[in-house]
Every structure is written in C-alpha cells, then in structure tokens.
Design a protein around this ligand. Structure first.
Ligand code: CA
Length: 230
C-alpha cells in the first residue's frame, strides 16, 4: 500500500506543526494549510485520503470547507473543535464530517482516530466486514480501532506490524507469498527486499506468539511465505 495522504487545516501554528510531524512519523504524506481558502485549494489539488479540519479558521471556517468538500468528495473528515464549541460537533457531523476530536487532545489519540478512519475507509472499499474484533485464541485484532490485544493486554505494534498482522488475520488459513505481503503492506512501488517481510514477521511473533521460536499463529509456509492460523 502506498503512503496515504493527510491534509491538516489548522491556524494554530504549534498544533499544525506538531500534527504534521507526528503524522509524518507514522508514514503519512502530509499537507497543511493555515487558513480555510488555502486548505480548500490544496484539498482540490491533492485529493488527500483524509482531512483534519479545525472549525475556527481565518478566511473560511471548517464548516464551510466541509460543506464545499462534500459537494463532490466523500473523503473522511475529522473535525477539531474547542471545548467551548461542544455544540459545533453536532453541526459538523450533520455537514458530513466523519469524526471529531475536542481540544485539547493528545496527539496519540488523534493519530488513533486517523488510523481508524482510514482503515474503515479501506475496509469499505474492499467490502470487508469491519466491526467485531477478529479473534484467534487469546489474540484479538480490532481492525477499525487499530487495537491488538493478547490475553486482554494491549500489544503495541508499529503501523507496519499492524498492517501486516491485519492482512494475515483477515484471511486466516490463506498462504501469502512474501511478494504479495510486500505489495499489500508496503505498496507496489516499494523498493524493498523480501527479507523485510521476514524481519517484520519476526518482530510480530515476538509480540503475539506465546513461544516466538515455535510460532503457532503466524506460521511459515515453506518456499512461499506466511499464513495465519485462526
Ligand atoms: Ca482555530
């Protein structure tokens, strides 16, 4: 999967820069705009995969941008509202925003929402059923919420590890070649080596297997790749 792009429209510079930095760290291509008109222009030019939209903006406010975008696009929109604007989230959702976060928020929380919205979107386009976490023994994988638990405890995964696990878990018993995994998780334009897959599988096994040296969840398919045992 190629890098997904996010557009941040936020006039508070510190917040905008912090969000951009953190989303880039997560592997997204990030565009940003300090005001509404610039934001709308970038949205129309770049067709981002997700929009983070502040409500109170100079020039054109978040609602107006949301309304304009929704005329010809169903891109996921996450609105940022201030606590004093509690009523605003209702308006935002009516205008077609998909989710909202109330300021002040933690960057970690915002990124979790971004992952969830993009994953939900991808699930829709692939026709996958998203909702109940997928379970295998004491492992549960919540695709929409991007949360993995083992024995009830949250397992911290990097975005790549999560994508890799999600791919395998969504089709238990299906054998994937290393090449297929590279294409699906790193994107067809990735100049990677198939050993990248092995390295990530090894890390993932350390986190989700009872005995990483004798894996029973992510098993090796000799001469091909890997398969998830549900
Ligand atoms: Ca603002």
């Amino acid at each position: 999967m190629a890098a997904q792009s996010v557009l941040i429209v936020e006039d508070e510079e510190n917040l905008r820069v912090a969000l951009q930095f953190n989303l880039e760290q997560e592997g997204y291509d990030v565009h940003s705009a300090p005001d509404g008109l610039t934001g709308l222009e970038i949205a129309r030019r770049e067709h981002p995969d997700l929009l983070i939209l502040d409500v109170m903006l100079p020039g054109m406010n978040g609602y107006d941008i949301c309304r304009e975008i929704r005329k010809d696009s169903d891109v996921p929109i996450l609105m940022l509202t201030a606590k004093s604007e509690e009523i605003d989230k209702v308006v935002g959702l009516e205008l077609g925003a998909d989710d909202y976060v109330t300021k002040p928020f933690s960057v970690r929380e915002l990124i979790a929402r971004v992952h969830a919205l993009l994953r939900r979107r991808r699930g829709e386009t692939q026709g996958t059923m998203i909702g109940e976490p997928l379970r295998a023994g004491d492992l549960s994988v919540d695709l929409a919420g991007h949360i993995v638990r083992k024995g009830g405890e949250i397992v911290e995964l990097t975005p790549r590890e999560f994508e890799l696990l999600a791919l395998l878990v969504a089709n238990p018993g299906r054998a994937y070649s290393r090449g297929q995994i590279l294409d699906a998780v790193w994107g067809p334009n990735h100049f990677g080596d198939e050993r990248t897959v092995d390295v990530h599988v090894r890390w993932l096994r350390l986190k989700i297997e009872d005995e990483p040296s004798e894996p029973r969840r992510i098993v090796t398919v000799r001469g091909l790749g890997y398969r998830f045992e549900g």
